[in-house]
Design a binder for this molecule. Structure first.
Ligand code: HEC
Ligand code: HEC
Ligand code: HEC
Ligand code: HEC
Ligand code: HEC
Ligand code: HEC
Ligand code: HEC
Ligand code: HEC
Ligand code: HEC
Ligand code: HEC
Length: 294
């Protein structure tokens, strides 16, 4: 038996040396986890970013699963200190706390209190720690993982007007931090607008003539994922504007041709989309753009 164990240790050290490229740990006699857990799925860990944590080898195992002394001695009856399942899954907080001992800053800083944390999810709901290819780290794959749970968002991405997520030009994680955010909806930026400006910088202004709702919240007129109304609008045509400009005088009330782009006062035009005239809906830098017409 001890000869067998010795062999395993050599294999392990070779693995650690070969795959993680670091010195073999000095505590070879304690190489217990890998004595029993010696299949390829376990060894794959050595080839991940985590191969060398805790000094590598069994030190890596215990960095995430805890020292697990009782389990080592009586593996059939006692579970490791931290288990991610399948048999004896620890509570989600215990599981995440194991990862958070090392990952409690940067993107993961706001995990505690995030919506996903409060929904009893844990890091391993999305991450696959034993695989060299943690699929969720790739944008296309992570979108799929998100949509497995977020069916409503998935359906919004099939609406006629949509952000090009299915097309691979934007990803859920371009706008959201799955580990939690400072503001609303785990967005990467505190406000919705700052989030939009990170790609649509031309809408940021400053404008000589602002349209207050655009400066306040793009979401007052746009749906972020998808909509039946082009382009991503919450409502169509005049109805969109009349939510706020209920008393807009000119659809019903005739007035002169001053200021109209082509000098025409044709009433038919007035029934058309407000944007025919008020084209600078996000704000205008034209000296006489106060009415957002130029
Ligand atoms: C004496 C053999 C032995 C040793 C040593 C041992 N285990 Fe296990 N471990 C088992 C057995 C048996 C199971 C039951 C499941 C199975 O058949 O794989 C198990 C299960 C597990 C599981 C899965 C738990 C679950 O909820 O399904 C984890 C994780 C685990 N061990 C980690 C460790 C770690 C970490 C160490 C070192 C600190 C370790 N084991 C040491 C034999 C051992
Ligand atoms: C980075 C943290 C981490 C390290 C390092 C780690 N594990 Fe795990 N382990 C996990 C997570 C998370 C799971 C749940 C499955 C997954 O996400 O891949 C798991 C699952 C397991 C399981 C159950 C797998 C199954 O399908 O039955 C065993 C057994 C196990 N680990 C043993 C080990 C051993 C032995 C080592 C050392 C070679 C080790 N783990 C290193 C985090 C880790
Ligand atoms: C003992 C410290 C430690 C623990 C515990 C730990 N990690 Fe890591 N993790 C690291 C180090 C070191 C790296 C590589 C450097 C970096 O990216 O920060 C890393 C990298 C990662 C990466 C990036 C991998 C890549 O390919 O870019 C992910 C994802 C990750 N860890 C998830 C987890 C999860 C999930 C857990 C818990 C199951 C966990 N870690 C537990 C130390 C740890
Ligand atoms: C809802 C799914 C989800 C959950 C839950 C989750 N992650 Fe992630 N994680 C991702 C995605 C997607 C990425 C890659 C995109 C990115 O960087 O945001 C990532 C990236 C990472 C990275 C590498 C990028 C970096 O920040 O250096 C680490 C480390 C990490 N996660 C750790 C964790 C830890 C620790 C937890 C638990 C406290 C956790 N994750 C929970 C989805 C998740
Ligand atoms: C295992 C299921 C699951 C996965 C996977 C998952 N989520 Fe969630 N997510 C939830 C649940 C449950 C909620 C809370 C209820 C809701 O808003 O649907 C939530 C909430 C959210 C919220 C709203 C947060 C808030 O503060 O209002 C965002 C944004 C989000 N998830 C984005 C993502 C992204 C991006 C991914 C992929 C990286 C992802 N989710 C993966 C289950 C999941
Ligand atoms: C272009 C940026 C952007 C992209 C890409 C994006 N979202 Fe969002 N998402 C938002 C904004 C902004 C909100 C906040 C909407 C609001 O104000 O209520 C939001 C809200 C959410 C919410 C909260 C519930 C809701 O519908 O309002 C969930 C869940 C969510 N997003 C999941 C996802 C998932 C999953 C993906 C990828 C399939 C994704 N998002 C892609 C910007 C985005
Ligand atoms: C990660 C980058 C990114 C972010 C952040 C982003 N967008 Fe976009 N948006 C795009 C891309 C890419 C397109 C497609 C442009 C194209 O194909 O020319 C687009 C297109 C649009 C369109 C036009 C859609 C159409 O059918 O023509 C609108 C409206 C829009 N975005 C609004 C927003 C709003 C509002 C926000 C903030 C909630 C936002 N975007 C955040 C990348 C982004
Ligand atoms: C008062 C309603 C309203 C608000 C608020 C608003 N938009 Fe728009 N947006 C529109 C309308 C209407 C269109 C269509 C314009 C057209 O067809 O000429 C549009 C078109 C767009 C387009 C696609 C065409 C183009 O001009 O590039 C993008 C991108 C866009 N908006 C981004 C944003 C961003 C980012 C914000 C927040 C800063 C925002 N919008 C706020 C009404 C609004
Ligand atoms: C969410 C509410 C809201 C929506 C939707 C909205 N607006 Fe506005 N709009 C305002 C506010 C508030 C002002 C500033 C009013 C003021 O200064 O008296 C304004 C100002 C204007 C002005 C300049 C008028 C002035 O008195 O300076 C025009 C023109 C205008 N909006 C057109 C539109 C058009 C066209 C649409 C539809 C595409 C639209 N608005 C949608 C809230 C909105
Ligand atoms: C045919 C072009 C045209 C159309 C269509 C049009 N407008 Fe106007 N609108 C104007 C002009 C020109 C002014 C400036 C009038 C002035 O300065 O006296 C104006 C002024 C306004 C004002 C400012 C009113 C004020 O008190 O100064 C608002 C608000 C407004 N329009 C909203 C709308 C809305 C909402 C619609 C769609 C229901 C719409 N407009 C359709 C040309 C148009």
């Amino acid at each position: 038996m001890s000869g067998y164990r010795h062999q395993v240790v050599i294999v392990c050290c070779a693995l650690v040396l070969g795959m993680a490229g670091i010195a073999a740990p000095g505590q070879a006699e304690e190489s217990l986890c890998l004595d029993c857990h010696d299949d390829s799925a376990m060894h794959a860990v050595a080839g991940t970013m985590h191969g060398s944590i805790g000094g590598g080898g069994n030190g890596a195992c215990t960095s995430c699963h805890g020292p697990s002394v009782e389990h080592e001695n009586d593996p059939d009856e006692t579970h490791p200190d931290v288990s991610f399942g399948p048999q004896w899954p620890s509570d989600p907080e215990v599981r995440s706390a194991s990862c958070s001992t090392c990952h409690d800053n940067g993107e993961q800083l706001l995990w505690a209190g995030s919506e996903h944390q409060q929904e009893n999810m844990s890091c391993d709901s999305c991450h696959d720690a034993h695989q060299q290819q943690d699929l969720v780290l790739g944008k296309q794959e992570s979108d799929k993982i998100c949509m497995d749970c977020h069916a409503q968002v998935r359906s919004e991405l099939h609406l006629p007007s949509r952000h090009p997520i299915a097309e691979g030009k934007t990803a859920c994680t371009d706008c959201h931090n799955p580990h939690g955010g400072m503001g609303h909806a785990a967005l990467r930026e505190v406000t919705v607008n700052d989030n939009c400006f990170s790609c649509h910088a031309d809408k940021r202004g400053p404008f000589l003539w602002e349209h207050p709702p655009a400066a306040e919240d793009c979401g007052l007129c746009h749906k972020p994922h998808g909509s039946v109304n082009e382009p991503l609008l919450t409502a169509r045509g005049p109805a969109l504007c009349q939510q706020c400009h209920a008393t807009a005088f000119h659809p019903s009330q005739p007035y002169g041709s001053e200021g109209l782009p082509n000098g025409s006062a044709n009433p038919n035009m007035l029934g058309k989309n407000c944007l025919n005239c008020h084209s600078q809906i996000h704000g205008s830098n034209h000296p006489s753009g106060a009415r957002l017409t130029r």
